[in-house]
Write a protein that binds this ligand. Sequence first.
Ligand code: NDP
Length: 314
Amino acid sequence: MSEHVECLIIGSGPAGYTAAIYAARADMKPVLYEGLQPGGQLTITTDVENYPGFPDGIMGPEMMDNFKKQASRLGTDIRFGMVTSVEFDRNGGTHKAIVDGTKEILAETVIIATGASAKWLNLPSEQRLNGSGVSACAVCDGFFYRGSDVAIVGGGDTAAEEASYLSKICSKVYMIVRKDHMRASKAMQHRVENTPNIEILWNTETEEVLGEHAVEAVRVVNTQSGEKREIPIKGFFVAIGHKPNTDIFRDYLAMDEQGYLITKPDSTRTDIPGVFVCGDAQDKVYRQAVTAAGTGCMAALDAERYLSAKAVGM
Ligand code: NDP
């Protein structure tokens, strides 16, 4: 049996729930599927201090619970489940989504808010201390280590940008780069190289993050000399890239080489009429809760306008 809905929202981070709040208030009776990680990336953060409207900050999981309650109170049908495949109608007819491999949803509009996931080194110590000094977001968590020494892994633009950000609040930043060069843009490389309190450790890999209940140090190895070194730090940041959760859309939607979905200028529209995308699934530059929420609002407004225009045959 298939179910027919006006607006299907895929994903439950700030983008998905904000889209739901706007779509529900526009009488689109949105149905939202939460996905594998209900609440999204903020559910693995501690304090959120940079979301406007919370003068004392708020815990990430509590904030996402509030988003959910607000979307639900306004009439969103929130369901636990994972959209496992889609069949979009390229002509803008009814779109199809399969949930958990079995249930079929037919939707007049689809709002994709599937987010992105940070890549990790996959060291057991990194996983054990995640949230206790290990983080994949310097802008979110760097403030907690102000005045302390920290390390950041990666040699791309994100790592360079975050090292630069951390250097302003921490006493020293060790940048752990696995090759003898960086992938980051020249401008970003010059910036980190010219920052006195950033020390770049070339040809270096992380062996283990050390500490019982919180990060106390990191053990690294120089892959050229084999020399090992333990560096005392309080924060360990991983910035080796993100992976947008967009694999199931590959056959239908335009994406860049990393899988970020491409939208039409100044909108959340994709190449397929009635399919919109918001949040980190389409944003590799800002990646903040507040920017995700902003694009979630845009996606619901775009979907509402699309349905109105369709109803009058425009
Ligand atoms: P990138 O994929 O560009 O860089 C990832 C970095 O992490 C590389 O240096 C890579 O090393 C390293 N890395 C990957 N896996 C490991 C591992 N297991 N151990 C150690 N190091 C590892 O990701 P970014 O997030 O930096 O950037 C993504 C995209 O977003 C890029 O296109 C970037 O230009 C863009 N961006 C733009 C910004 C801006 O314009 N302001 C800001 C931030 C990002 P290696 O080189 O050896 O593979």
